[in-house]
Every structure is written in structure tokens, then in C-alpha cells.
Design a protein around this ligand. Structure first.
Ligand code: ADP
Length: 431
């Protein structure tokens, strides 16, 4: 007999990937395709034609359609990069390219937001979706209705044929008040007449059936439900297995990012700390400038792996480093002038690497201590993702310094997290 499946579709920074779970939560298929890099402009702009996302999504979903005959999809949940924004007509036609998550052009718009936004608003800064929306609207004349949509919102619209919904994770950097579940007046007041903000619902909320012509193109049943999505980083935390207050997720990639599930939202703008709604709870996070990019300044990945094998993680290096890739730190210390502290470089590369790993681990511990000071719980376990998660010496050293269990993530793909969200949305309902 055939059983239902649940699809998570991720539009990440370099490609589009889908993961399929069966109704017991086991991965039964996946597909991926690379996407061309966005266009980088000299003025700090980074933009992309949204049609490229849809082409990638279609290719991936059609591939799945050919393999899922015995497990027809019950639901699709989409996650995508946060603060990638576009403006469309009410029927979903893009008015120009999308501004990507790392577009930093909207400096003037950010200055306008600065004057009216609450101090802790995640919509501050030229990278926010709100700054991008204001900047995009400035280039448009007239008061015809125009919808502001995030990357995930628009892909969902392509799947259902109806545009105008978002979820409260994506909407956070557009100024949505995730605590009181409304658009604040100061956001509406910043926008010219005719600008339509999305209707915001919980991630995983059913938004409607797949459009019939899309279903037939993919070979999916016309009953396939399309759900409200989330951001790629939230989906990655779900995939990693964080659930309960105290569950922490450290990402040891080029930068060091710490996140923890909390019962109440926490924010502190000077540290760049803010909170996403996360199921019944909140997800509080902060990002240091330190991380693997500093390791890369001195060592290749193979070298790190080899040298790490001879480091004794139970003995302190005695070096007391604060490794940074350049000047300035935001979190766990707000010190724009902070210099990388790597004095007394030993001639022995093993000891030098030991000091670097220990220094980054100390910043991780300081990060969780800072979040606790701001009102988040202390970590009860630290799940790890990113390039550094694969280093057992570092894991042991970190466990000693953090004083809690450090475990690798169950799953690393944001697409898995989105699929999990889809499965949860249907859990208990009759299929
Ligand atoms: P991102 O996606 O943020 O660019 P990744 O998650 O791919 O980063 O991780 C890459 C980082 O991991 C690099 O900065 C590299 O120095 C670091 N790295 C790679 N291998 C190891 C290792 N065995 N131990 C510690 N760090 C490592």
C-alpha cells in the first residue's frame, strides 16, 4: 500500500534542495540542483532574477515526482534565505529582480527605519527586508497595489497560484511583531500607499492546495497541500534536532553562530541578538565575527584535521587568544574596535592551532553566557553543525569548556527541517 510523504524544499545560498520524509519521519528521497550565483553590483547590491529560483524548484520537484509514485506527497513546506525580498503585482509577477539576503545597498532606507523603529527591532540595518522594501518602492511611481514578498513567500505563491502570504520567521526582518502577531503602525507608516504587506501565519500552516497545472507538471496529486514556510536558518535548527528550552545549536562555519531555544523572546540590538518564534517557544541567537574563517587564514582543512589529532583537548593551551578575521566584534562583545588577540604565536603549529580552537571555544562559551545574562536559559546540550562539527578534538575541548554535552546534529540540511515541519503539521490529522 502507498503511504503519504512530506516534502521540504530549501532555496539556500547556492542551490535548491528537496528532502522527502515518509510518514514515520524517515528520509526516503532527495534531489538538488545548483543555482547560478546572484549578480553583485559595485554599490553593494546583490540581486537575482526570481525566475531562476522557480526554474530550480521546478527541476527539483519534477525529479521527485518521477520517484515518488508509491509515496504521493501530502504537503510541501518551503524554506529560503531570510531577508531576500522582491516586489510583485497582485498576481505574482515580479517587478524587477529580487534583492538578495546579503544586499547592503539600502543605507538611506535603514537611516529612515532607525528613526522610528524600536531599539531592538530586527528590521534595523541595511540588510533587513524592510530596508530593501523601502529602497525598492522608492524606484516605483504610482499607488497601484504592489505586494512585498520574501523568497519563500513567492515560491509558495508559484506553487499555489495565490500570492500574499508569509510566515512569522520570514516576516521578522520586515518589521513584523512576532510577539503580538501584528504589523506595527511604524512599519505601515514608512511605506508608500499601495504597498501591501503579506498576511503572516505560523510556519507550517496549510495555505491551500497546489495549483492543478503545477500538480500535473510535477506528477503530484492535486490534493497536495502547500504550507507556510520558514527561513533557511530556522529550518536548519529544526533539522539539527533542537526542540526544548535549553537545546542549543552552535554553527561552526566561516563564522560562529550560537542559538538556543528559550521560553521567552530575548533581544539586545547592540549585540545583534533577536528571537524567532520557534513552535511553542522562541529561538534566540547571536553571531560572532570569529569562526572558521580565522582558521582558514592559517591552516588548510586537511591540516586542521591532521594537527587536531595530536592536540590534547583535556589540557589548556595557556595562550588566551580571541581570534578574529579582522577588526571589530558584535557578539558576545559589542566592541567595534576590538583587535584579534593572537599574541605569542608558538613555533609549534599544533600548539598554535590548539590556542585557536580554544579561543573560538571560549567565545562560544561567552556567547551562551551572554544570552543567559540577557534572559535565555543556559544550554543543557549543544548540538553542532558546520565544518568544525566534524572535529572530535574540538568537540571534546568545547564540551569541557561549555560544561555540557556537545553532540553532532542529527540532520544538517535545512530541507530536512522544512520536511519535518510539514510532517508535524499533519501529525495527528487523518490523511
Ligand atoms: P560556511 O558554510 O560557513 O562557509 P562550513 O560549514 O563549510 O562553512 O565550514 C567551513 C569552515 O570549517 C572553514 O572555515 C574551515 O576552516 C573549518 N573547518 C574545516 N574542517 C575543519 C576541521 N576538521 N576542524 C575545524 N574546523 C574545520
Amino acid at each position: 500500500t502507498s503511504s503519504a510523504s512530506f516534502i521540504g524544499l530549501d532555496l539556500g545560498t547556492s542551490g535548491c534542495r528537496a528532502v522527502v520524509l515518509n510518514d514515520s519521519g524517515t528520509e526516503c528521497a532527495s534531489a538538488r540542483i545548483a543555482m547560478p550565483p546572484p549578480l553583485r553590483l559595485a554599490n553593494g547590491g546583490v540581486e537575482q532574477d526570481p525566475e531562476l529560483w522557480w526554474q530550480a524548484a521546478r527541476t527539483v520537484l519534477k525529479t521527485l515526482g518521477e520517484t515518488l509514485c508509491d509515496h504521493p506527497p501530502a504537503a510541501i513546506c518551503v524554506d529560503a534565505t531570510s531577508a531576500t525580498l522582491l516586489i510583485v503585482t497582485p498576481d505574482g509577477r515580479p517587478l524587477g529582480p529580487a534583492l538578495m539576503y546579503n544586499d547592503r545597498r539600502a543605507v538611506a532606507a535603514a537611516a529612515r527605519i532607525e528613526r522610528v523603529a524600536p531599539a531592538d527591532s530586527p528590521a534595523r540595518g541595511p540588510g533587513s527586508s524592510l530596508a530593501k522594501l523601502i529602497a525598492l518602492r522608492e524606484g516605483m511611481v504610482g499607488t497601484t497595489r504592489r505586494l512585498a514578498l520574501h523568497q519563500a513567500d513567492w515560491i509558495i505563491g508559484r506553487l499555489t497560484g495565490k500570492f500574499g502570504h508569509s510566515d512569522w520567521n520570514n516576516a521578522l526582518k520586515l518589521g513584523y511583531d512576532a510577539e503580538h502577531l501584528c504589523w506595527p503602525d511604524w512599519v505601515r507608516d514608512l511605506l508608500p500607499a499601495g504597498t501591501v504587506l503579506p498576511r503572516v501565519v505560523a510556519p507550517g500552516t496549510p495555505l491551500g492546495r497546489i495549483a492543478p497545472e503545477v500538480a500535473s507538471e510535477f506528477g503530484f496529486p492535486t490534493t497536495t497541500q502547500i504550507l507556510a514556510g520558514t527561513t533557511d536558518s530556522t529550518a536548519a535548527v529544526i533539522a539539527a534536532g533542537a526542540q526544548h528550552p535549553g537545546d542549543a545549536v552552535t554553527s561552526l562555519g566561516s563564522t560562529l553562530v550560537v542559538k538556543i531555544v528559550a521560553e521567552r523572546p530575548v533581544s539586545a540590538s547592540q549585540f545583534g541578538v533577536y528571537s524567532h518564534r520557534f513552535g511553542e517557544h522562541w529561538l534566540v541567537g547571536g553571531a560572532s565575527n570569529s569562526g572558521g574563517s580565522v582558521l582558514r587564514q592559517f591552516f588548510g582543512d586537511d591540516e586542521i584535521a591532521d594537527l587536531s589529532r595530536v592536540i590534547d583537548p583535556d589540557t589548556p593551551s595557556g595562550l588566551n587568544y580571541y581570534p578574529l578575521p579582522g577588526t571589530g566584534e558584535r557578539f558576545p562583545r559589542h566592541e567595534p574596535g576590538l583587535e584579534s588577540r593572537l599574541q605569542t604565536r608558538p613555533s609549534d603549529p599544533v600548539r598554535f592551532l590548539h590556542g585557536l580552537l580554544e579561543g573560538i571555544a571560549a567565545i562560544e562559551a561567552e556567547g551562551y553566557a551572554r544570552l543567559a545574562e540577557l534572559g535565555a536559559p543556559r544550554p543543557t546540550r549543544v548540538i553542532t553543525v558546520g565544518g568544525g562539527a566534524a572535529n572530535p578534538t574540538w568537540t571534546r575541548l568545547r564540551a569541557r569548556m561549555l560544561g555540557v554535552e556537545v553532540i553532532p546534529a542529527e540532520h544538517r540540511e535545512a530541507a530536512f527541517g522544512a520536511a519535518w515541519l510539514a510532517l508535524q503539521a499533519f501529525d495527528g490529522s487523518s490523511l
